[in-house]
Ligand binder design. Structure first.
Ligand code: GDP
Length: 433
């Protein structure tokens, strides 16, 4: 849902207004200096539209350099928000700090709803007219405390929200889910394909463009039809006894480009090879979901198994979230278990965490383990949003650079909390120093 950020000086009534918008009074505590909020983002709805309310109250700066600090807070909010709700205290009028914020907002080109708060009765209305001077259009008068004018305010917010995006459909509109079967030569790709296709191959003569030289193959598994992409490449490669490395890499990349999930086949009977790791890295970098299939399990004895576990620990740590299946393309052992693995990976790939939930999780995480102090500064995550799916992408709005280790910690905790099995996660930062 779109994000509506509430900004303004301390004590203008931002939190009270947030409570008013949420239609409850108990959620946010009064402005108490030094009290850190436990939450910054809330789910709200008005007139059938859902949106996220971002309460910037917790970002309030120290007393020194108030104007600059509040302006910074506004910049951060502008980056994160679709609409900015700028709250000014009508009984005080426009202060220097308000002017500084207005300046930031005017330049941002984001829609702004200017709110003149503490207009408790009609006599106070005239105070608000002075706020035209901020250059942000008509001030909407409200009393956050008593609720006066809040309906009109929400109508204005609704009006400023971006057009509703069409509902997302994962793999529904696009036909069968697309699988790339990858792996270095001789790991058993064509054997597996033959095994899977065997009885289950879907005749594609009726599908336009696929009759002559089908590069893809439709195969029915676990009651569903799947599209294995570039299977012609796999079969041909087997026949020609492999091309040069360069072409293999090109084929892998083009199969990845066309797929949603990669099943990377590894020969479990041999030590992991450089090329296995390279292919797995290509999958992760391409942002596709991943299933690891350890093939030739019929050749794996107790001792090999022990070594394999250690290799996986050491060399596949960066893909530890990928579902693993031990199979034998030759005997057919456990090949049917590929399907739940693939389903898990595709589900993780398309998973979305609601903004409010993400932020309550994030503030707990930060409270439990703040970023280490670096050079006298301690970067903080002010707000987080999931910018997209397939793969899940997160943007963290921060007050400084988060070091690699801390970002990895955040990723680990995100996975513990929300799953994301079988998918890489992208985390980026928007920094306001
Ligand atoms: P590709 O190059 O990845 O397509 O590999 P192939 O499917 O051509 O297989 C390479 C070799 O490994 C062939 O001799 C297969 O018979 C053998 N092979 C494939 N899968 C298995 C398996 O699960 N167990 C055993 N023991 N051999 C296998």
């Amino acid at each position: 849902p779109p994000v509506v950020a509430v900004v303004g000086r301390p004590n203008v009534g931002k939190s009270t207004l947030v409570n008013r918008i949420l239609g409850r009074r108990e959620a946010v505590v009064e402005d108490v200096p030094g009290v850190t909020r436990d939450r910054v983002a809330y789910d709200a709805a008005w007139g059938g539209r859902r949106f996220t309310v971002l309460d910037t109250g917790g970002w309030e700066p120290n007393a020194e350099g108030l104007a600059a600090a509040v302006a910074d807070q506004a910049r951060l909010a502008v980056d994160a928000a679709d609409v900015v709700l700028f709250v000014v205290d009508a009984t005080v009028g426009a202060t220097d700090t308000d002017e500084a914020v207005a300046d930031v907002l005017r330049r941002s080109k984001k829609p702004v709803v200017l709110t003149a708060n503490k207009v408790d009765d009609s006599r106070a209305e005239s105070d608000a007219t002075l706020l035209w001077s901020l250059g942000l259009g008509e001030p909407l008068t409200v009393s956050a405390l008593h609720g006066r004018g809040s309906g009109d305010l929400l109508d204005a917010v609704l009006h400023a929200l971006p057009e509703e995006a069409p509902p997302e459909t994962f793999g529904v509109a696009g036909g069968p889910r697309r699988i790339a079967l990858l792996g270095r030569p001789n790991v058993g790709k064509s054997s597996l394909l033959n095994k899977l296709a065997g009885e289950n191959r879907v005749v594609v003569d009726s599908v336009a463009g696929t009759t002559r030289d089908p590069v893809d193959e439709l195969i029915e598994l676990g009651g569903q039809t799947w599209k294995f992409v570039d299977t012609a490449g796999i079969r041909r490669r087997a026949r020609e006894n492999q091309g040069a490395d360069f072409y293999a890499t090109l084929r892998t990349q083009s199969a990845l480009d066309r797929s949603e999930v990669a099943v990377v086949l590894v020969d479990a009977s041999e030590p992991l090879a450089e090329q296995d790791l390279r292919i797995i890295s290509m999958v992760i970098e391409s942002g596709r979901s991943l299933v690891l299939a350890f093939n030739k399990w019929d050749l794996v004895d107790e001792e090999r198994r022990h070594f394999l576990d250690r290799e996986i620990d050491r060399q596949l740590h960066h893909a530890r979230w990928a579902p693993r299946v031990n199979i034998s393309a030759r005997t057919g052992r456990h090949v049917e278990k590929l399907v739940p693995g693939i389903e898990t990976a595709l589900a993780g790939w398309g998973e979305r965490v609601p903004t409010a939930r993400l932020n309550s999780f994030m503030s707990d995480l930060i409270a439990a383990k703040p970023h280490p102090v670096r050079g006298g500064k301690q970067p903080r995550v002010m707000f987080a949003t999931q910018a997209g799916v397939q793969p899940p992408r997160f943007v963290l709005f921060t007050t400084g650079f988060l070091e690699e280790g801390y970002r990895r910690f955040i990723e680990r905790r995100l996975r513990e909390e929300f799953g994301f099995d079988g998918t890489p996660i992208e985390i980026s930062m928007k920094i306001r120093e």
